[in-house]
Ligand binder design. Sequence first.
Ligand code: MN
Length: 499
Amino acid sequence: MFDLKKYEFWFIVGSQDLYGEETLKQVEANAKVMAAEFAKDALLPGTLVLKPIAINPQTIRKLFAEANAAENCAGIITWMHTFSPSKMWIQGLAINHKPILHLHTQFNRDIPWDSIDMDFMNLNQAAHGDREHGHIYARMRINRKIVAGFWQDEDVRRRMGVWMRVAAARLEGMNSVVVRFGDNMRDVAVTEGDKVEAQRKFGWQINTWGIGDLAACYNDVSDNEAEKLIQEFSDKYEFAPNVQKGGEFRHSLVEQVRMEIAMRRFLEAEHAGAYTDTFQDLHGLPQLPGFASQRLMEQGYGFGGEGDWKQSMLLHSAKLMASGLSGGTSFMEDYTYHFAPGKEAALGAHMLEVCPSIAEAKPRIEVHPLGIGGKAAPARLVFNAASGPAVLATIIDMGNRFRMIINEIETIKIEQDMPKLPVARALWKPYPSLAGAAESWILSGGTHHAVYSTQLTSEYFKDWAEMMDIEYVFIGKDTNPECLRNELRWGEAYWNSKI
Ligand code: MN
């Protein structure tokens, strides 16, 4: 679904004409070497485009104007090889709409102790030039990511790559749609929000379609078409005996696959990357789309249960960021706790809709009745989530701003069978502790819904929040809920001052 190469990242190296032709030629030659190596590196997934060396206000302004107009330009990387007086950059930065990464590096790793002279110093003075450059970003209150370190180091490139993936997701969101099949679940507060502000901030168009439109699309899909697609599942999923061909509940699976096909067609026609549904509005559909939603998430679509369009949009963005990385990313819901001393953990699941990309083993297709919704027993994929480090992220609407809440967690192996809970499950220990994380999350107003990922780290979501210029609250190993209470109050003053 995603091709990260289609996103361009413009590499703008700054200097000035004070040093003469020879120095500028060397700057350009070094920038070319770096750009060529960056372009080859799998850690940097976009397409790197080296631009002419920036040496005066006119060319700098023109570069940023061109970047704004370039549809595939997802972000701009700046680096000052030499000193580049920052007043030259003001007009360009003032009109810029693209995310910025300020790379703070230098071409040489080591100081050449025996040969170093003032010419070398003038040529290789990012330590000096990038401070002037950083000043103007700070002075103009421009959000940006700063990555400092030697440009050949893996960690520098990894952090640049994180930002690139996030910037690609931002650009994708600018031209994408969340299809809301029906409205939000009645009476629920946390799934609500300001869709106009969301479109202004994130670019996503969030609109409703009547469930009847989907039901009509569903009726156009035949059982045969669904059976044909089911043939592709044998390598990917196990089948409970009663959903195998001729089994008692085969028709439940066929219905889910018809819904999958219908929803995918619908989403493609609307250029949508994400959707929501709600069990309270399924008129004309035989079941809650469980297996169908699991399959669509696996293909990269964002999904939000009970009309939760914010998490659906975030999930699609996270799927794009995570494209090609090992692990999985899913819609998730906090369900219940294990409070046994020393073994505290949270059990996450959803009624049905958890993405099989996070499974530890082959998921199994099963059909069971659903306690709510009053529809037929839905087919779903049942599995346990793979263990390892993971992250939860959510977006809420605070009335005057969006807030992202991020929690680092450790997913652990589920030792028990839970035969009466035939859904996808994940069990995790959150940081700093179950109680500390729950108190912090609840204090921040976080929803019971989140995006769960073992492919991404908190750095991706922090970069995303910075890029979108929204608040983020980070809950990790060092979080103390009492300190967080103050942080939230300071944040209130900061965000109110920005309105
Ligand atoms: Mn839910």
